[in-house]
Design a binder for this molecule. Sequence first.
Ligand code: EPZ
Length: 418
Amino acid sequence: MKHIIIRGGRRLEGVLPVQGAKNSVLPVLAATILHPGVTVLRGCPRLSDVEASIRILRHLGCRTDWQGEELVVDTSSMSRWDIPDHLMREMRSSVIFLGAILARLGRAEMSYPGGCELGPRPIDLHLAALRKLGAAVEEKGGRLCCTGAAMEGREITLSLPSVGATENAMLAACGARGETVIVNAAREPEIVDLQNFLRSMGCAVRGAGSSTVCVVGQRATRDSVHTVMPDRIVAATYLAAVAAAGGEVELTHVDYRHLSTVTAALHEAGCRVLGGDGRIFLRSDGKLKAISPVRTAPYPGFPTDAQAILMAALLRSRGTTVFVENMFDNRYRHVDELCRMGADISVEGRVAVVTGVPRLSGAAVRCTDLRGGAALLVAGLAAEGETAIEEIQHICRGYEDPVRDLAALGGEIRWEER
Ligand code: EPZ
């Protein structure tokens, strides 16, 4: 079984480009279905979640082809509207295909996406949005059977700014007649990237990045080329690693505005952080201080995906930092693993209290989920001795090659079969 082995304590230094964003390319891959033709995705990250989406596209009858860093998708031969259980189980966020398949073929079928490591992952807002557009959605025997051959544009108000529900509503609305207005839409940068892609295909979408997104459906679409935006959480991960271990890094191909709450926290912890012109520079002496409470929230608030990562960076800080996880019910599963390395963290419901310790010790640890796994990378680089991380498949869902990237910064890190 593959492990990641880290020998911590080394200063990190270097220049590193940031990969394309997982949480942008997944809805974009679903959106390629809206056009019966060819899409070229530049900067498409090679991730297991991307491979899972490719398997779904191929099952639906589409063709995909890696050409270097580019992924070419041709959906002209799409012939199916169903996603089988085994493909849904590979990646619960496959529910994002629902709106796109419905818009293209007027019907869609898939098994109910289960929960995941983060706890229950309801899709009630997704289904309510589709029903508002006039789709019939039947939930039986663990499967979703949807028909919507004559969807009409409507005003959809989301009871909370769900990223996935916003994206599914946008994609379904592209197949509806007339205008759809999505109120209380999520404002994440990945939604803006999806809008940019839809526009490049000829769709009429505006307002992404604000709480109100408008779509005028049934527009003629065309072949297009799209460059996937940088991954702000991967950028946050590498900044946190340098902050924790000490050193200096310049990240390129990154928009510092997309992770300003994370860089503000690292600045408060004592790092020197500068951003601009597609780059972020960070310098740290590795001796951080505790910061004011970190409360996760929808964008532009502090991203839940960076909670574990920032926590790992603060394990040796002077003082105590309080985290409040407001987005998911079960997003402290990394805490036990960090405590095996000597961290002092106590959890009570949504609150985690992190008290800095003088040193961390390398240990045998396991990934519990994607960002919990990334937190182990950060902690391992700051720990004394060797850290062996197993269950690394979780990390591979969202990070192209963290060993390559962190080794490029001087980290003593390698893959190993055990
Ligand atoms: C997206 O998940 C991201 N995934 C998540 O990243 C991210 O943590 C999350 O947004 C929040 O930013 C992708 O983009 C593929 P939500 P999503 O719908 O769309 C509740 C990672 O690590 N909710 O905004 O599923 C839900 O339970 C992953 O890269 C409902 O109640 O998130 C959660 O508490 C993890 N009903 C809250 O809303 C619904 O119908 C936010 O979820 C939908 C969501």
